[in-house]
Design a protein around this ligand. Sequence first.
Ligand SMILES: C[S@@+](CC[C@H](N)C(=O)[O-])C[C@H]1O[C@@H](n2cnc3c(N)ncnc32)[C@H](O)[C@@H]1O
Length: 275
Amino acid sequence: MSLPYINMLLKQFARGNPVLETSFGTHIHWGYWPDPAAADPSSPADYAVAAERLSLELIELAGIAPGMRVLDAGCGFGGTLALLNDRIPDLDLTGLNIDARQLARAVQMAAGRPGRPPAFVAADACRLPFADASFDRVMAVECIFHFPSRAAFLQEVWRVLRPGGALVLSDFVPAPVFAPAGRALKLPLLKRFNMLGECDTSCTAAQYRRLAEEAGLSLAVLRDVTRNTLPTYPFLSRLVGGGALGRLSRTLVFVMDFTGRRGLLRYSLLRFDKP
Ligand SMILES: C[S@@+](CC[C@H](N)C(=O)[O-])C[C@H]1O[C@@H](n2cnc3c(N)ncnc32)[C@H](O)[C@@H]1O
């Protein structure tokens, strides 16, 4: 899979782009602002803190305790794993990504940090190369919409989780009326605007509940945090304005902002439990 925004980021990092290095060099996801009114859309440093905050919200939701074995599926540059390593002692961490280039950066970034470095594995999150019942927690931060199948991923997570384990993830969950539009980015017509690559944001809350049940999991928490993520869009708009995000069109940012504000596409944190 080739994701245009990842290609662009890696190219810009190689050129030493300080704005993108600060804002997306560690975490490749939306920001979370506890107080959205206090966000500074002109500040990459403010964005970096908000991106870290999003990972922390999911870590808290996961209830990760010392000594646990944790898998971060779709781990990007390993930012969430680095936070786990810094904050919770004695974890056994594994990061998995389909893109070996991102893993190479993750390995490099993890090398120089204190604590036991995570293991990094190149694989598809829908075909996890791990034994049954080998993890206490699985995380998937803002990546499930790229995976070939949510159903296959949830089934694999059920298999690799120990009884009593949990999966946490973040995703753009559509209101039922907006769900068909969640497949729009696959349309050839929209391809040239589409910096985000293959995405499917058509899975509603009801569908998540059903897919989880079919996989043997239960949807324990679905928290709509759209309001806390909205300052992401003015920040992205400024980057587009400065040309830094290349082909990512203002239109796409505008549409995501608009649909978020109107409750059509809800940035959500989800937790699934395995009995
Ligand atoms: C928006 S980024 C999020 C990265 C990371 N979770 C973070 O929050 O920084 C989406 C990630 O999903 C990864 N990805 C896409 N399809 C995947 C797949 N089938 N299996 C594993 N990872 C995948 C991409 O390579 C990318 O790292």
